[in-house]
Structures are given as C-alpha cells and as structure tokens.
Design a protein. Sequence first.
Length: 153
Amino acid sequence: MEMSAYSNETPFDASMLVHFRGGIDIKLVNKLNREIVKHGLEIKEQEVKSKKSETEYSKSELTNCWKLILDASCAPADISYPTDLGLLDQARKQTEKTIDTLYNSLEVKNINKPRTYRNIAGENYSVVAKKRKQSLKKEEMLSKGKCNVSKDT
C-alpha cells in the first residue's frame, strides 16, 4: 500500500486485519517460520566467521599493547553485609511470620497464640544495633534471650 503523502486518516478499518489474518493458513505460517530460522542461522554463521577472523588478526598483530589498571578502593556504599546480629534479627522476624501464619491457619482457635515478646526483642535489637561496638558477652546473652538491654548501657 503506497501513499504519496502523510495523512491523519486511517488507511483501512481495523476489522480488515481480521479478514487478512483469516486468509493465512498453517502451511504459510510454517513456511514463514522455516525461512526466519534459516535466515537467523545464516546470520549466526556469518558472525562466527567474522569473530574468528578478528581473533586471528588480533593474535597476530597486537599482543600486550595496553595495560589495565584496576582500583579496588571504590565500592557501592549501599550494600549491607550480613552480621551475626543482623542474621539473628532476620531469623526472629521470619519465625514470627511463621508463627502468625500457622496460628491463622488453625480452624479451631481455642488455644492462645504463643507469646514471642516481639516488641521487647525488636527494641533490644535496635538498641544493640545502634551501638558502634557491641560487647561479645551482651551479644551472646541477647541471642540466647537472657538479656534485657537498657538504653543507657
């Protein structure tokens, strides 16, 4: 379909696409697919041949021309590295979610939900995590649940 100039009017009605598609049978689709695959394989073979010739040229002509300098001092600042305390807090949160899910799936809720002291545990984690250096003894006690950390220690 050729047009001599640009036009804002549609060249045909959208329902014409339905009629056009109806004229395509499975044999034509299969033939088209074979041609597309054949063309794709030819392009791939050409790329492989050109890469081989490029590598042969680069090996024969250029060897050890440039020097690459890497600087390992630059690293993204927003990466969080796992710590024992952080992993412990993630495990606590996941356990609380599991307890909630299991309790909510009970059909008969004649038993009380298990106490997890999640508010106290969350506060204790926040206090210890905000400190720059935790003492090993406090961290051990916190992980065993024996410590109630106060904010001024």
